[in-house]
Write a new protein. Structure first.
Lengths: 329, 329
DNA sequence: CATATCGTAGTAAACGTTTACAGCATATCG
DNA sequence: CGATATGCTGTAAACGTTTACTACGATATG
């Protein structure tokens, strides 16, 4: 069987309380006893059972992170940053992807009973559920999701970047007919981006921007673009993320359409391969890893100092001009 | 405070045992009582505390997965498949990336006390540690790692694929001078690939294959290729994964070297963007998502049927010929 | 009518920890 | 030397569950 505090106590010839004291370095224990216990711990390779500790009310030493999904470089970037910070600070990581599952609420509630705090990303669950969990005093950080009452949030900047992108496309390249690929319902970020894109179009008296709702993976962009090709093409395709843009590349290439001379394409996220594809993709750089990183730091801060700083952090994005928008060719 | 089985019992006017019985649908409880309890559960929004359940020895309802690292499409593919299967079967997912940390052993041992089973990937931890955990009767599945005593393993096929790749490069394109980019020490898969590549070189009496050890991210491939460019170039660059190959593309482009006429390049993994970059990358397709998927299924099988099938699954890989090796241009 | 059986529900122990409290030596001090 | 303080360690309760066991009343059976 597994080695518990009892086995150690037995081997060392002391009570379990003494073992616990040695293990945690609290209380007073005679040097000779300490030595005996330490040797027993070493000998048996004892590691305290986290479940026991957690139940006792101390801490789970675990952080949760809730994703809407888990494909693509954006999420794995966030994950990477989060996991790294968490483990460095001594926490395990529990991950949950909701995939729009109907039982998401239950899953998240359950998750909340096995962590010391959690990060909730984007459109994974309703405000109501979040409030309920927050009310039970579990530290929560919102990621890529607008702040809710006094729960801190971390988001990347969208408005300014979307505005810059549109100004560039309109004033530098003179495009007037746009199509937007992506589903504003899918994420708060995309909602914001689409809203700003529309607003700028109105400012410039452009024709209404056509929206083709599609998922956020390469193949979704591929199919959506195929569909688009059956109609009259816009001058520029604004994709909600780089992967959709990649799918668009595929579909356009099959139609022998040249980017950007036949149609311009832009992405969002600036994932690592975006400057390697042909032509290099104009995109908006987001600090994905930094997002996860900061979320973890903020959460740990809340847990360990039990301070709610109610911060709303907005991480800057940066427009990255390459060739797919019509630049530099 | 949080709602426990006690609160429910109190509200329903019964003992906690009865609540537990209703909740789990075991034992006999009168219809009228059941109704009272169910109503109380609903009213309070009671969800059993997993920690309590776990401590009681029932189950954690959680699966662990240990990665060496967590960047790139390969790992997130595995993760995606694993998480999906796990959650569908009612398990939470705990993830740990070891990053060659020295405390990895402790972290994994600790992880093992909070899950019902775990998947251990590649070079994350020593055999000794794995054996120790397996001895405590925790179900384990090895992934991208050779089988160990009677612990089941899931790997993707390397030998046959590597042989096919080499035969193609030698007999079709006539290359004789190769350089291998990647670190065989880093992963079992890469070790195998490099070994076979060497073996084939010997069979064909080719000059010894030069190895440039490098990490597995795009930037690692970039720097390694820069270094390579300072020496005499081989005819073909075999990269341990696609991301390294992407980095090589970058570096070669900066030197104004054309792929494949100046130098051929091959990758491994066939990540989604590999047929989008210019020129499309010749690679070896691996069923990443399927790997994670199967690992979860196998693990859950072991947990729920407590059967050790000692299977060693080998998933087929497929050579994908595109232009970067010299084909089709 | 006495007894066995059965349905129902409560009591208490167990899981692995931590920690308040008590108790017992030993040392310190008057 | 007696009283008190101090250092050390053990006992037991608590955390939230599940479940073996027990108990009780009602019903069935002889």
């Amino acid at each position: 069987m597994s080695v518990t505090i009892k086995s150690v106590a037995k081997l060392a010839g002391v009570s379990i309380a003494t073992v616990s004291r040695v293990q945690n370095g609290v209380g007073t224990v005679a040097p000779a006893t300490r030595k005996k216990v330490l040797s027993a711990i070493q000998q048996l390779n004892y590691v305290p059972n986290r479940v026991g500790q957690a139940l006792q009310g101390r801490r789970h030493a675990a952080l949760g992170i809730v994703f809407p999904d888990f494909s693509g470089p954006y999420y794995s970037g966030v994950m990477l940053g989060f996991e790294n910070q968490a483990v460095t600070a001594g926490y395990s990581v529990l991950v949950l992807a909701t995939h729009r599952r109907p039982e998401s609420t239950r899953l998240i509630t359950e998750l909340s009973s096995r962590v010391d705090g959690m990060v909730i990303m984007d459109r994974t669950v309703e405000n109501q559920t979040i409030s309920a969990i927050a009310k039970s005093d579990l530290p929560i950080v919102l990621l890529a999701r607008p702040s809710l009452s006094d729960i801190p949030s971390i988001q990347s900047e969208n408005e300014e970047a979307a505005r810059q992108l549109m100004y560039h496309l309109i004033t530098v390249h003179g495009y007037r007919k746009f199509t937007f690929l992506g589903d504003p319902q899918f994420s708060f970020d995309v909602t914001e981006r689409f809203a700003v894109v529309n607003k700028v179009a109105v400012e410039f008296h452009l024709p209404q921007i056509k929206l083709i709702p599609c998922g956020y993976r390469q193949q979704d962009g591929y199919y959506a673009t195929q569909k688009l090709c059956a109609t009259t093409l816009p001058q520029c395709l604004i994709c909600a993320n780089d992967e959709i843009a990649f799918g668009a590349y595929q579909a356009l290439r099959e139609q022998n359409l040249h980017i950007p001379s036949d149609i311009a394409v832009t992405g969002w996220d600036d994932i690592p391969t975006s400057d390697l594809i042909a032509p290099p993709l104009t995109s908006v750089q987001q600090p994905t890893q930094k997002l996860g990183d900061l979320a973890a730091v903020e959460l740990i801060q809340m847990i360990e100092n039990s301070t709610t700083r109610a911060t709303n952090i907005l991480l800057p994005s940066a427009l990255v001009l390459r060739h797919s928008c019509g630049c530099g060719e």
